[in-house]
Design a protein. Structure first.
Length: 185
């Protein structure tokens, strides 16, 4: 499968599972010293070959102007981790939990979350900034997924399917924790 087609497949799954609204979030894949990333404003459930742009990992170019506003975060993650695929989503329960939890991590209560994620780091930084890029890359050196406070998630993997699995599991873990905490009140 061609890389943009893999991105398109995952984009449709993200929207179908309500892990993003169509035009929010972004997806990238590493290709040697390049990355293929969705363009700014791309509807993730309607991706075609013109919806992605190829960029250098090491240096920005004029093409950054049409790439996702989170390109700096993707680049920094690729430079500092072994990730070959990255998904930035905006799942509702992960965002809610990031604003409710008064700690540096979210601790899953579900068996799957405990087993695969252990804990989910919370990251601070404004969208599209060096601060967010550095903080997220730092968190993802030791974890597969992180929640950006009030913003969304970043998940990494060797494949987009793995990054999707992490995204979905972070959201499931946050959703179950939210309902469990509400039931205790």
């Amino acid at each position: 499968m061609i890389m943009w087609q893999e991105i398109a497949k995952i984009g449709k799954k993200l929207v179908k599972r309500d892990l993003v609204e169509s035009q929010f979030g972004n997806i990238s894949m590493r290709k040697g010293e390049k990355l293929l990333i969705t363009k700014s404003g791309s509807a993730l459930d309607e991706i075609n070959k013109d919806s992605v742009v190829e960029l250098d990992i090491e240096k920005p170019s004029y093409l950054d102007n049409i790439a996702s506003s989170e390109t700096i975060v993707h680049r920094t993650i690729y430079k500092n981790t072994s990730a070959l695929a990255i998904i930035h989503a905006h799942p509702a329960f992960a965002v809610i939990e990031s604003m409710l939890v008064d700690a540096k991590t979210i601790i899953p209560i579900n068996i799957e979350g405990k087993h695969f994620l252990h804990e989910i780091p919370l990251v601070k930084g404004a969208p599209g900034t060096e601060e967010l890029a550095d903080n997220t890359a730092q968190a993802l050196m030791g974890y597969k997924g992180a929640v950006i406070c009030g913003h969304g998630t970043f998940a990494i993997g060797k494949t987009l399917d793995e990054a999707y699995f992490v995204t979905a599991l972070v959201e499931q873990s946050c959703k179950l924790k939210y309902y469990f905490d509400m039931a205790k009140r």
